[in-house]
Structures are given as C-alpha cells and as structure tokens.
Design a protein around this ligand. Structure first.
Ligand SMILES: [Zn+2]
Ligand SMILES: [Zn+2]
Length: 164
C-alpha cells in the first residue's frame, strides 16, 4: 500500500489523485484471522503542504468473517474511508511519517477496515447454528438434542432453587 515518490513530487503542485488495488495478507484481529476475498481498492488524493501530506482515501474490500452461530464463512463487503496526515522525515507520534519518497497507506487502510467490522455476523438470518450439546451444524443436521439442559445460567439457577 505504497505511493511512490515520483507521484509525491507532483503532489507538491497541489492535489494528486491516486488509485491502489492490492492484495493484503490476512490480519490478526480479536483472535481471528481476517482474510480478504480479493484486492483492497483505495482511491483518494494527496495534498502537500510543506513537509506535511494530507491523504484522504476511500477503501473498498471484502473480508471473510465467521458466522457467530454456525462458524461458517461469511463474505462481508466493507466500504469505508480515512484521512491521514504524514509528516516528511519527522518522528511525530500522532502522524505517520513519510519516507522521503514514499507514503505507506497500510496502517490507516487496515485500521479503517477493522473499524467497520461488526462484532457479530450471521451467514443468514435463519442460520440455526451449532447444537451446543453435540456440536453438529443444525442447518445441515437437526440432531434433536434437548437444548434447555445446557445453559449454564439455567443450571446455576436450578441449583440455587434446589438448595432452598
Ligand atoms: Zn451460520
Ligand atoms: Zn445436538
């Protein structure tokens, strides 16, 4: 996710539009590996002001998430945007630093994608999920296990009631 120097040179003449389309390796996030189904596409522009570059980008990607009920794959399209400042040659903590001839967009692009991910996603509304007793996928195999025995909160409540 790098914009090269020759392009930055023309950014000094004002606003420079760019478009990147690149494959990104899976990202580790919340104990999951977030994989992409195709390239991540970033369109945007760079504005230079002295040693400061202001990059605005629109991000389009499709990630693979896990259905929170059946653990199956869910393709989830992401459309988001970011604004990021880069300071040339500096070591500013708040702003990413641009090498003399390149700006790396990886950080802000990945961050903007992760911010768009839902905490939970289901493969479809009617997904029946995995049986908590025997573990079979209830979309494929209706196992017929009794489901009220296993809720630990119910177990605790039952125990409490029995003790009285
Ligand atoms: Zn599912
Ligand atoms: Zn079962």
């Amino acid at each position: 996710m790098i914009i090269q120097g020759s392009r930055l040179a023309s950014a000094s003449q004002g606003r420079f539009p760019f478009k990147l389309s690149e494959s990104i390796r899976p990202i580790d996030y919340r104990d999951e590996k977030i994989a992409f189904t195709g390239p991540v596409v970033v369109t945007g522009s760079i504005e230079q002001n002295g040693s400061l570059y202001l990059v605005t980008g629109d991000v389009q990607a499709e990630v693979v998430l896990e259905c929170s009920r059946c653990l199956g794959e869910v393709r989830y399209p992401v459309r988001t945007s970011f604004i990021q400042e880069y300071r040339e040659g500096g070591a500013d903590a708040d702003r990413l630093v641009a090498d003399r001839d390149r700006i790396d967009l990886y950080g802000p692009v990945v961050e903007s994608i992760l911010l768009e991910l839902p905490i939970k996603v289901v493969c479809r509304e009617e997904c029946k999920g995995l049986c908590p007793v025997c573990g079979s996928n209830r979309n494929i195999n209706e196992c017929g296990c009794s489901r009220d025995e296993i809720d630990p909160r119910m177990l605790a409540l039952k125990k409490l009631l029995e003790e009285k």
